[in-house]
Design a protein around this ligand. Structure first.
Ligand code: FES
Length: 91
């Protein structure tokens, strides 16, 4: 297994090679990477892969992670059981 086969986003099955190819192709904004590769759009909403993507971006662009704008987090921030929206039998 090469480094390129490493799964960066396990929710959306995105590999390190795919992230690096997108960056090499000129996509250097985390929000654009998210839209192009769906990285960070899975059930965990980027909690697992977000930091990894920022680290790859930092390495490929030569910028420190602190200078790279992280992606926006949109609600729900955590998984919410559907029963929370429906309410209880008492309602
Ligand atoms: S690991 Fe990428 S969205 Fe969950």
């Amino acid at each position: 297994m090469s480094d390129k086969d490493i799964i960066i986003c396990r929710c959306e099955d995105v590999t390190q090679a795919e992230v690096e190819a997108a960056i090499d192709g000129g996509i250097t904004d985390p929000e654009e990477l998210k839209r192009f590769l769906n990285v960070g759009l899975g059930p965990c909403q980027g909690r697992t892969c977000g930091r990894l993507v920022l680290q790859i971006l930092a390495r490929k662009t030569g910028k420190p992670v602190s200078e790279i704008r992280a992606t926006k987090t949109r609600p729900p921030l955590v998984s919410v059981p559907i029963k929370e929206f429906i309410g209880s039998d008492d309602d």
